[in-house]
Ligand binder design. Structure first.
Ligand SMILES: Nc1ncnc2c1ncn2[C@@H]1O[C@H](COP(=O)(O)OP(=O)(O)OP(=O)(O)O)[C@@H](O)[C@H]1O
Ligand SMILES: [Mg+2]
Length: 391
């Protein structure tokens, strides 16, 4: 059995994220099913070679944003994904100046002096700090080359369980950040489109999106969400469970980034082949001294179990609430697993075992939602019926 050494955090996380990124043009199994002439969906691209400059882009831009608890992605019509970074902003609390967003701000988490705070303005899929989210969106739009002058129509992906107050907050944050008009689409719908499912057909399809702060299961059919079950629990809760476990069992404090790295490196929802232990260094709570402990995949599996069970149970409930005809379709089509949490080892097998339905992890789980929304803005006027109505 080999052992991973976890001294730092940045390298592994970046490697995992980069490995999950698609190369342009975007390929997804089943994508052909929606580009066969019957479908309104044009092809999308997932160009992600860095933020474009303003000169690269046409004046009026339609853009799609997946404002996730963990990661924000921006898709510009005709261009592809131009921004894909953590939903983190670093602020100077003395001058109230925004110092960094995305990767740069993420690097600062847990490492800032007293007057700088690196924070995530979304929790469990919802905006917890309206003003800071607005600043974050404005900075991200700037990075994507969008300004008020761009007269942008902005499509934002939101959790299906979003309240009307939260919807208003998202619309307002986007319009104050520079959008000329804002539209919302439910994340599972965008995910289903991004996964290449024929959502406009009279056939049931099921998507399970395990994100950082939420896990949403939904059955879609004829362009609408027919059954859904969302829980406000996701990858961050798994990280917190790892932190809690190490604190309880070893009296050791580790940061959230280290906990996430442990989860990604050896975490799982079911036993797997070639399990390797991880050596982790943290600060002993009693003495304040550095200490190294060895963690086994079985330990981490136990730590994650409660949350994994909740995620799987939510999917089972959603499937149980689907009308029988659609449930029948899903047994044939399978469940499509998206979101970063779908990469947790063994989760797909566990879900398949407990639902009795085949489970497919999509090709690009972290980008699937924004690519689906991207398809919508590529065909904006023909797919407006998919957008959520104004309150
Ligand atoms: N290989 C992996 N194994 C397990 N978890 C992973 C892996 N890669 C990424 N994740 C987790 O995926 C989560 C981020 O996923 P994603 O970007 O889909 O969330 P989000 O869309 O920002 O959140 P939400 O949709 O809940 O608002 C993080 O918690 C991250 O730790
Ligand atoms: Mg998400």
């Amino acid at each position: 059995m080999s052992t991973y050494l976890l001294w730092g955090v940045a390298a592994t996380r970046r490697d995992v994220r980069i490995a999950a990124m698609p190369t342009a043009p975007y390929h997804c199994p089943g994508a052909a099913a929606v580009t066969d002439g019957r479908s309104p969906w044009p092809a999308v691209t997932a160009g992600n070679d860095g933020a474009p400059t303003v000169e690269d882009l046409p004046m009026a831009k339609d853009i799609a944003i997946d404002l996730g608890t963990a990661n924000t992605l921006v898709y510009v019509r005709g261009k592809g994904i131009v921004f894909n970074e953590p939903t983190v902003i670093a602020l100077n609390t003395r001058s109230h100046e925004a110092l960094a967003v995305g990767h740069q701000a993420w690097q600062m988490i847990g490492r800032t002096p007293g007057y700088i705070v690196a924070m995530r303005p979304l929790r469990q899929g919802a905006i917890t700090d309206f003003e800071i989210t607005e600043r974050l969106i404005r900075l991200i739009l700037q990075r994507a080359g969008v300004s008020r002058l761009s007269r942008s129509r902005v499509l934002i992906c939101v959790p299906s369980a979003i309240t009307s107050v939260e919807r208003r907050a998202v619309r307002e944050a986007a319009s104050r950040a520079g959008a000329s008009s804002t539209y919302l689409i439910e994340q599972p719908m965008a995910a289903a489109i991004g996964a290449g499912l024929a959502i406009e057909e009279p056939v049931g399809n099921m998507v399970v999106d395990v994100g950082g702060g939420t896990s949403e299961s939904a059955v879609v059919c004829l362009g609408g969400v027919v059954a859904s079950k969302a829980i406000r629990s996701g990858g961050f809760d798994l990280d917190a469970a790892v932190q809690g476990y190490i604190r309880r069992e070893f009296g050791l404090a580790v940061g959230e980034r280290t906990a996430e790295e442990i989860k990604i490196t050896i975490g799982s929802a079911a036993p797997y082949e070639d399990e390797a232990k991880a050596e982790v260094r943290g600060r002993e709570l009693m003495t304040g001294m550095p200490k190294t402990v060895v963690l086994s995949p079985a330990d981490i599996r136990d730590a994650l179990e409660d949350h994994v069970r909740q995620i799987v149970e939510a999917a089972v409930t959603c499937l149980g609430e689907a009308p029988p005809e659609l449930a029948q379709d899903i047994i044939v089509q399978g469940i499509h697993l998206v979101g970063g949490g779908s990469l947790l080892r063994g989760l797909a097998n566990r879900l398949a075992g407990e639902t009795g339905v085949p489970v497919h992890v999509v090709d690009t789980p972290l980008e699937c939602v924004v690519l689906g929304a991207g398809r919508c803005i590529e065909a904006f006027d023909t797919v407006r019926s998919l957008f959520l109505e104004d309150d």
